[in-house]
Write a protein that binds this ligand. Structure first.
Ligand code: NI
Length: 184
C-alpha cells in the first residue's frame, strides 16, 4: 500500500469532471490497489473521505470512513467505497456545517448541504448498494460526490466570510451559525 499525493486547488485535476469507472476495471489488481491506497491516504491525513480525482485519478470513485468516536456524527461509518455513485437529495431541508478538504489544506468553512440524501453506488467489487444518509454522513457523501464533478466546498459556501485558517478556527470556532459539526 502507498500514500498517494493529494492534488490541491489550482491543479486542474481537482477541477475536472471524472468519468465512470469502467466495470471491467473493478476486479483488476490495479483498481483494488488504488482503493487500498486511497483508504491509506485518507487515514494518513485524518480525512473522513477522499475522492479519486484528488489523487490524480479522474474516475467516479471515493472512499469514506467515519470513526465511531467522531463526535460530529451520531454513528460511525466503516470504510465505504463509492464506485460510480448517484446522489439524490431527500426533502428540501439544508443544514449548515463546517467543512475542510485535503485539496484545500489548512482551511475550514461553513457550508450548507442537504440534510438527507439517497446514495446508490457500487462497492469495490462492483456490487450495488444504497443508503439513505442524514446529517454528517450525508454531508460527507455530498462533499465527496462534488469532487467527482470538479467542485470543492468553497463553491458551495454562501460567501467567504466564514472561511478560516484551521488554527483560528480551533481558537475561535465557526464565524457563522452552524447546525451541525464539521467534515473533511
Ligand atoms: Ni474534499
Amino acid at each position: 500500500m502507498a500514500i498517494l499525493k493529494v492534488g490541491r486547488i489550482g491543479h486542474p485535476v481537482v477541477r475536472g469532471t471524472a468519468k465512470p469507472v469502467p466495470l471491467a476495471e473493478i476486479e483488476t489488481p490495479a483498481f483494488q490497489r488504488l482503493v487500498d491506497d486511497m483508504v491509506e491516504t485518507m487515514h494518513e491525513y485524518d480525512g473522513v473521505g477522499l475522492a479519486a480525482p484528488q489523487v490524480h485519478v479522474p474516475w467516479r470513485l471515493a472512499v469514506i470512513e467515519i470513526l465511531p468516536t467522531d463526535e460530529r456524527a451520531e454513528d460511525g461509518v466503516p470504510v465505504t467505497v463509492l464506485v460510480n455513485p448517484k446522489l439524490t437529495p431527500l426533502g428540501k431541508r439544508r443544514v449548515r456545517g463546517v467543512e475542510g478538504c485535503l485539496s484545500v489544506p489548512g482551511f475550514r468553512g461553513v457550508v450548507p448541504r442537504h440534510e438527507r440524501v439517497r446514495l446508490e453506488a457500487l462497492d469495490r467489487h462492483g456490487r450495488p448498494w444504497s443508503v439513505e444518509a442524514r446529517d454528517f454522513y450525508a454531508r460527507v457523501i455530498q462533499h465527496e460526490c462534488d469532487h467527482l464533478d470538479g467542485r470543492v466546498y468553497l463553491d458551495r459556501m454562501e460567501g467567504l466570510r466564514s472561511l478560516a485558517y484551521q488554527e483560528e478556527f480551533d481558537r475561535f470556532g465557526p464565524q457563522e451559525p452552524v447546525d451541525e459539526g464539521d467534515a473533511d
